[in-house]
Design a protein around this ligand. Structure first.
Ligand code: SIN
Ligand code: CO
Length: 367
């Protein structure tokens, strides 16, 4: 699937991480894969992250899961229901991501789907991440505001980061099939214009320096020997015993740098880190693994993450590493590129072994 009225090169050059872009009729003949009541059904499930924002009188946030009585009590209220990672559960929503493969897999976060009745919205805010806001059903007015930073004034609220001073710079009403791209830190406000307003937020992620350092150092500590120590044989004395001499600082600093400057080891950790499942170890989806037959389509679990490094020789699926060579490395690359894959009896034993392991891991299954 490719987006219409959209030029990837132009988008990457002028908009990605820089400025908003409205794409009218980006998906012609678009049909929302979910109805509002199906979204409400997902919001009742235990393992799905869900929020409800009621905005009839100020903004109130509640966490799911919800039940029928709670939805019934919303009559006469203005509200928005937000369901996270719908792509993990609904293959048709996961398939939407194929229109965004011009951005690498590891940058994809999830597809959040919202439902609002007329006037509903989450309030003016900014996000840390890039998002494509695809209008799924009904209409929504989107207002774009100023560029924010860590000092942008927020309204006092226990649960929501709403802006104290939202300055509208532009606004559009989006209909089903239209997309608005919003870069990180740009203020935005979406107000439902109809009682059936559904928005699909295709969200991206970008690790923070803090996150990288804290997780990578955990990995280093788990995998290193604790007995390597500072050595200074040949020390030839110093005038003032109170000084930490430059050459001592150098040696100590090198002890750290030598450990973190191993790029191959970093890439290995990164593959595991970025492919790790978002919601814990177990897959929310219950696709069952079974032996594949010649001609079967290989189906990827929509909740699984596939990335590779080193030209396919290192494959990472949901945090698990596979060492691949030759035909297996080519298979790994195809798997990660999301092209359709067909199981063939003529595949090498190594590829079949990898396929079997991925089935057992519940990352793939057959049609
Ligand atoms: C929504 O779908 O209502 C909110 C999406 C967003 O502003 O990020
Ligand atoms: Co937002």
């Amino acid at each position: 699937m490719t987006l219409h009225n959209f030029d990837v090169g132009n988008f990457l050059k002028h908009h990605w991480q820089q400025k908003p872009l409205l794409i009218r009729d980006a998906i012609p003949n678009w049909q929302s894969p979910l109805e509002p009541d199906e979204l409400a059904g997902l919001a009742c499930e235990e393992d799905i992250e869900t929020r409800l924002i009621i905005s009839s009188d100020g903004y109130e946030m509640r966490h799911g899961p919800f039940d029928g009585d709670q939805f019934a009590a919303l009559e006469n209220k203005i509200y928005t229901l937000l369901v996270q990672a719908v792509d993990h559960h609904i293959p048709e929503v996961s398939a939407l991501l194929n229109a965004f493969r011009f951005i690498p897999n590891w940058r994809i976060d999830d597809v959040m789907v919202s439902y609002a009745n007329e006037g509903g919205g989450v309030g003016a805010h900014y996000d840390q991440y890039d998002v494509f806001l695809l209008q799924g059903l009904g209409q929504r007015r989107w207002q774009i505001g100023q560029m924010c930073d860590g000092n942008t004034a927020l309204l006092p609220h226990d649960d929501l980061r709403l802006m104290a001073d939202f300055q509208v710079k532009d606004e559009w009403v989006l209909s089903a099939g239209d997309i608005l791209y919003v870069p990180p830190m740009i203020a935005h406000n979406g107000i439902a214009q109809s009682d059936d307003c559904m928005t699909y937020s295709i969200g991206f992620r970008a690790p923070s320096q803090y996150e990288l350092i804290s997780h990578y150092s955990d990995y280093l500590l788990d995998n290193m020997q604790a007995d390597m120590r500072y050595q200074d044989a040949g020390f030839h004395g110093q005038d003032n015993s109170g000084a930490i001499a430059e050459n001592s600082i150098d040696r100590l600093h090198k002890m750290i740098l030598s450990k973190i400057s191993d790029k191959a080891d970093f890439a290995h950790w990164l593959g595991k880190f970025v492919s790790a499942p978002k919601y814990g170890e177990s897959h929310p989806s219950d696709i069952m693994a079974h032996n594949m037959q010649n001609g079967d389509e290989i189906i990827r679990n929509p909740a699984s993450r596939f990335v590779y490094t080193d030209d396919g020789r290192s494959l990472y699926v949901d945090g698990i590493y596979y060492d691949c060579t030759g035909e297996t490395a080519n298979f790994a690359k195809a798997l990660c590129s999301y092209v359709a894959l067909i199981y063939q009896d003529s595949m090498s034993d190594d590829v079949k072994t990898l396929i079997q392991k991925l089935c057992t891991q519940n990352a793939i299954c057959s049609s």
